[in-house]
Ligand binder design. Structure first.
Ligand code: AMP
Ligand code: MN
Ligand code: MN
Ligand code: MN
Length: 282
């Protein structure tokens, strides 16, 4: 049965690379019994007003959020901003600069796909341009599938978009250490997204978490769909070591992916304070 104690502080809508509209996302979360929901689209808050209205109607506590793309030591690192003030000028500037990089990258990838992959880059670009949300590589992957160049989006990444493949274009997001103070000023709390997924050595991950905490970060995502117990143990001990709280989220994108529906149990590993308790109205 549904539990009223489910929370989810990491979800996507079609305003970035999710499949559902904000309204449909909220309906799905409500049906699962989620009582506290953050919409955290990649580099945009465009869906938050619609999601808030739908949550108000459904009796769900809503947290406006964002998942910001940053760079740290040459890698893409994602930071979740929770209870974000969409009117912040610093946030608006940051989002605009990332959107410009995203649009330029789509063009660069399509040119490479045409030159190196001999596929119709212009048609791919047109399909991506027709989508509602901020253009991400997931949109490119879906367009590649629609045009018959891959059977599913994972295969599109593996064949065309990942490093070493014809459409790979390295991207430099704004530096984590530059972004953090601006984002901290615009949000009630920042959580380091999916720290277990970065392919970093133990020492580098400790340094990343130290830099994140020093820049005003408040929490690590310690409870995510598909997270192995041993990953949760190592991320929880990093959180304890740095005095950080814990966050929980599904990273839901697509109802066709069965293993990460919206909603996580509120309970976190022992000694980890839930960031949800520090959010407005939560
Ligand atoms: P990006 O435009 O680079 O921010 O990527 C957009 C989204 O594509 C990510 O947020 C993931 O949801 C998805 N994604 C990125 N890399 C991969 C990959 N190697 N395989 C499958 N999905 C990916
Ligand atoms: Mn995504
Ligand atoms: Mn992410
Ligand atoms: Mn995400």
């Amino acid at each position: 049965m549904n539990s009223p104690s489910l929370i989810d502080l990491h979800t996507h809508s079609h305003c970035s690379d999710g499949v559902l509209s904000p309204i449909d996302l909220v309906a799905r979360a409500a049906a699962r019994g989620v009582g506290l929901l953050a919409l955290t689209d990649h580099d945009t808050v465009a869906g938050c007003a619609e999601a808030r209205a739908a949550c108000d109607a459904a009796g769900i506590r809503f947290v406006a959020g964002i998942e910001v793309s940053t760079s740290w030591r040459g890698r893409a690192i994602h930071v979740i901003g929770l209870d974000v003030d969409a009117r912040s000028e610093a946030l608006t500037r940051l989002i605009e600069s990332i959107a410009t990089r995203r649009r330029e990258r789509v063009h660069a990838i399509c040119e490479r796909l045409a030159a190196r992959g001999r596929i119709a880059g212009r048609d791919i670009a047109a399909q991506v341009a027709a989508t509602a949300g901020l253009p991400t590589r997931m949109h490119l992957a879906r367009a590649l599938v629609a045009m018959g160049h891959a059977t599913d989006s994972q295969q599109a990444f593996d064949r065309w978009l990942n490093p070493g493949r014809p459409g790979h274009v390295p991207v430099e997001w704004p530096a984590l250490t530059t972004v953090l103070p601006h984002l901290a000023g615009a949000c009630r709390a920042l959580a380091l997204a999916h720290p277990h997924r970065y392919k970093l050595s133990g020492g580098a991950l400790r340094q990343l978490v130290a830099d994140f905490a020093a820049g005003g970060g408040a929490a690590l995502e310690v409870d995510m769909a598909g997270m192995a117990p041993h990953d949760q143990d190592r991320i929880a001990s990093l959180a304890r070591h740095h005095g950080l709280a814990g966050s929980a989220g599904s990273d839901f994108h697509d109802p066709a992916v069965p293993w990460n529906p919206p909603g996580r149990f509120a309970k976190l590993p022992s000694g980890i304070a839930p960031i949800a308790e520090r959010l407005a109205d939560a």
